[in-house]
Design a protein around this ligand. Sequence first.
Ligand SMILES: CC(=O)[C@@H](O)[C@H](O)COP(=O)(O)O
Ligand SMILES: NCC(=O)COP(=O)(O)O
Length: 237
Amino acid sequence: MTKLSVNINKIATLRNARGGDVPNVLEAAKNIESFGAEGITVHPRPDERHIRYADARELKPVLNTEFNIEGKPIQQFIDLVLEVKPAQVTLVPDAENAITSDSGWDTVKHRDYLKEVIAEFKANGIRTSIFVDPVKKMIEGAAETGSDRIELYTESFAVDFEKGNSNAVKPYAECAKIAHELGLGINAGHDLSLKNINYFKENVPYLDEVSIGHALISEALYLGLEKTIQQYLKLLK
Ligand SMILES: CC(=O)[C@@H](O)[C@H](O)COP(=O)(O)O
Ligand SMILES: NCC(=O)COP(=O)(O)O
C-alpha cells in the first residue's frame, strides 16, 4: 500500500492572502487526517510565502498521522526540524527565488554535505528522504548518503503523461527498482494528481508514499464547489 501525505502549503497560501487565519491551517490538517489521509506534508520556505515555520511548530502536537517536513537544509531549517522532530524530513535543493521545487539533488556533488546533515537527523530519530530526479547515478549517490528514502521528483512524468506519453513513467519504474535493491524506501511527489496518480502507482514498484498538494487542493475546490454553492443558495432563499 502506498501512503498519501497531503501537502498543505496551498491552504496556507490562501490564509496568507488575507492576512488573517482563514482557512485555519491546523483545523484543515486535522480534517484532512479525519478524511483518511495518512500524513501531512509542509514545505516551509525562507520567505514564508505559504506555510510558516511557526505553523510547523504548531502542527506537530495536533497531528495524529505521519508529519513530513520538506525543505532546503539551511541552518534555520535544520534547527526547525531538530526542534519539531517530525516522523520524516525530506531534503530538497531549493533554488533561490524559484516559484516551486524545480530539480532533484546532485547526490554525487553534494554527497558529503548530505551525509553529514542526514546523520544528524537520523541520530535524532527522524527518518530522512532526499528529493531526486529519476536518474540511476543520482539514486546510487543517494544510497551513499545514508538516507532512509528517496523522493522521486515527478514533474517530468506529470508533464509528459499529460501530453499522452505514457512511457514517461519508465525511468521512475527503473529507478524505483534500483533504489529498492540498494535498500532505499521510495516516496514520490510533485504535480501528481487525480489524472496521473493511478498510472504512476500501477507502474512504479515499491512506492511507500506520495505527497500531493497543488493538484489535490485545486481538485478539492472543483469537487467541493457544488455542495458549497448549494448551501449558500439554501441560506439565501
Ligand atoms: C518537493 C516538492 O515537490 C514539493 O514540496 C513542492 O515543491 C511544494 O512546494 P511549493 O508548495 O512551494 O510549490
Ligand atoms: N513532495 C511533493 C509535495 O509535497 C507536493 O507537491 P505538489 O503536489 O504541490 O506539486
